[in-house]
Write a protein that binds this ligand. Structure first.
Ligand SMILES: [Zn+2]
Length: 618
């Protein structure tokens, strides 16, 4: 890869100035969560190609030192041949993290370069929490998850307003400018302070806001995560009050989104199931009700409380959920250090082509294995680079105990899965044994290799990556090189996203145990619907999810945003229900998070236009 000359950079500036929005203007990193185009977003684009070249050279040197020149060259070749894609090459940071908040309660921000000492009250907790988020996000390319946020918020709320504060939300707690403020208003004010600040463009991140994920727990998850946990003052997490606080936050956030299409936090409800039923029926009913009220969140469910989805799509085995006094709840700390994604459409076509030419036929399983074994080596080298930074004392978030490098994953991403099957003439149908076998050949192979390649310093997982911009890039590269490309943006799911005929119920089968069971990481079902369902319908679909073994899902119903009066409706409409204007925009998930469709990249806007928003028949 050649460095950009000054002339090239000037050309880029000219092009950026006329681009329709920041995502389209970006040459290399179109998933960037940037809503506006300005001089700061342009400045952030300028060094990206140089950093990509730098990252490749660091990888080439590291691979050479561990495995020799041949392996280093194959990394460069695999990238150039577009069978693999290294995510976030435009940054030198690890990818994403799910942090423990425990060190924040013992040391405040002092160990990560901040000045605040440990928070003692709800007010200082909320204020310093925002600073914590900005400090942590400054050392990661992707999301920061804080699954414990509401449990800790509850701890401080009880400390300041009494163990039974949740029963006294309408009590007046202060008077402000001769207006009486209730505890509920006070708490909602804290929610607003945190959520609105985090959704602001962050100057240090090239005007991207930071990516924030939080978790809700049902009773069993809560008990499992916090079973041996105590706060530094010996207080214990309290389910009864945290449960109600979770509801309060969720309802507040859902209402707030009528005024502002707040992107973050991405919310995930973690639910335990036993014998085909939700263990905590109260929370199950509550979440169904929230969907019916238009809330937009993910649900993760499992029949053992062994894993937790906190990093928006990452399945984290809670292997060592033992409370440590220095580190907090063990199952919380995870995330992915780095992701390399396989372009399966191209890999399958290369395999098919090689087999047609050779006398001896090689099974797909074996062909995939040799690629995956190389990718494990690439990820191992990347891990070693991250460790160099850590050993040099550069990754202070890790040193301060918010997260542990050994608990984080190295991730193999999947893209073009459906397209590869289509090329082979395999009908994409959840009940087609051929399609099931195709999933096994690829995903189970990777899963098994992930286990054998594991070392104390490296653990691997697989996930269907959202591929906000990669789905478009892969299709473009493949088309250019003469491969069969059935659509301009590759799917991120086990089904064809633009298929009008896929029943919302059947989608649970596509993302059910037969398919996601082969996968050891995240794969979320995004059920696109043309209209909201009733609480009873959502509740019934939750049971379908259990029956099909679909453990991670959400719904997308396009919101209508009025460009004239600013009203946001949770429904998909042609005109504003308040002022009647037809100048409306829509909000939906680009993949993981909500965004205005007009802020998507040009190619993603076309893809969004093709998505089928299906209708549920009774
Ligand atoms: Zn309006």
């Amino acid at each position: 890869m050649q460095l950009d000359t000054t002339e090239k950079k000037i050309e880029f500036i000219q092009k950026y100035m006329t681009a329709k929005n920041a995502a389209t203007g970006s040459d290399v990193d179109q998933n960037a969560n940037v809503a506006t185009k300005n001089i700061a977003t342009m400045a952030a684009e300028l060094p990206k190609k140089d950093i990509i070249a730098l990252n490749r050279e660091l990888m080439r040197r590291k691979l050479t030192s561990i495995y020799g020149e041949e392996m280093a060259q194959s990394y460069i070749d695999d990238l150039a041949h577009h069978i693999i894609y290294k995510h976030d090459e435009t940054s030198i940071f690890p990818y994403c993290c799910s942090i423990s908040l425990y060190p924040f309660l013992t040391d405040g921000l002092t160990k990560i370069g901040g000045s605040s000492t440990a928070p003692q009250h709800l007010d200082s907790f909320c204020g310093s929490f925002i600073n914590l988020m900005f400090l942590v996000a400054g050392q990661f390319a992707g999301a920061t998850a804080t699954p414990e946020f509401l449990t800790y918020f509850d701890h401080f709320a009880r400390k300041d307003y009494g163990e039974d504060y949740i029963d006294h939300l309408d009590d007046v707690v202060e008077t402000w400018q001769s207006k009486q403020v209730t505890l509920r208003e006070k708490i909602e004010h804290y929610f607003a302070q945190i959520v609105y600040t985090i959704n602001q463009p962050a100057g240090a991140r090239g005007y991207q806001s930071l990516f924030w994920n939080i978790a809700y727990f049902d009773h069993d998850y809560f008990e499992s995560i916090y079973k041996d946990f105590v706060f530094p003052d010996w207080d214990e997490p309290k389910w009864e009050t945290t449960k109600e606080l979770q509801k309060l936050f969720m309802k507040w956030f859902n209402n707030e989104r009528l005024k502002n299409l707040l992107t973050f936090p991405v919310e995930t409800a973690n639910m335990h199931t036993t014998n085909g039923k939700y263990s905590d029926s109260e929370m199950a009913d509550f979440f169904a009700e929230m969907w019916a009220e238009g809330a937009s969140f993910f649900m993760y469910q499992s029949d053992s409380v062994d894993s937790l989805s906190s990093c928006c799509r990452l399945r984290n085995g809670i292997e060592d959920n033992i409370f440590s006094y220095t580190l907090g709840a063990g199952g919380i700390m995870t995330g992915s250090k780095g992701v390399i994604t396989l372009n399966l459409n191209r890999i399958v076509q290369d395999w098919h082509h090689d087999n047609a030419l050779s006398f001896e036929k090689e099974p797909l399983k074996i062909y995939i294995s040799s690629i995956v074994q190389r990718v494990h080596k690439y990820l191992n080298a990347f891990n070693s680079i991250i460790w160099d930074y850590k050993n040099a004392g550069l990754l202070t978030i890790f040193d301060a105990g918010f997260i542990d490098l050994d608990k984080q994953y190295l991730t193999i991403g999947i893209n073009g899965f459906v397209e590869g099957a289509e090329f082979l003439g395999i009908k994409v149908d959840p009940d087609n044994p051929e399609y099931q076998q195709y999933a096994k050949d690829i995903l189970e192979t990777i899963k098994e290799l992930n286990i054998t390649a594991r070392t104390p310093k490296c653990k691997f997982n697989t996930e269907f990556v959202p591929a906000e911009s990669l789905g478009v890039k892969n299709a473009k590269w493949d088309k250019k090189d003469g491969y069969k490309v059935p659509r301009d943006c590759y799917n991120s799911y086990f089904y064809v996203v633009e298929d009008e005929n896929v029943d919302p119920v059947i989608k649970f089968r596509y993302q059910g145990i037969k398919f996601t069971g082969c996968c050891d990481g995240g794969s979320a079902l995004h059920n696109n619907l043309d209209e909201h369902l009733s609480k009873a319908q959502y509740r019934a679909l939750m049971d379908v999810a259990i029956a099909e073994g679909c453990n991670y899902f959400t719904y997308n119903i396009k919101n209508t945003i009025c460009n004239k009066c600013g009203h946001i409706s949770k429904h998909t409409l042609d005109k504003c229900p308040v002022c009647g204007s037809t100048d409306v925009d829509y909000g939906t998930r680009i993949i993981g998070y909500l965004k205005r469709v007009s802020a998507f990249s040009a190619a993603r806007q076309i893809e969004e236009g093709l998505r089928a928003y299906n209708h549920l028949d009774d």
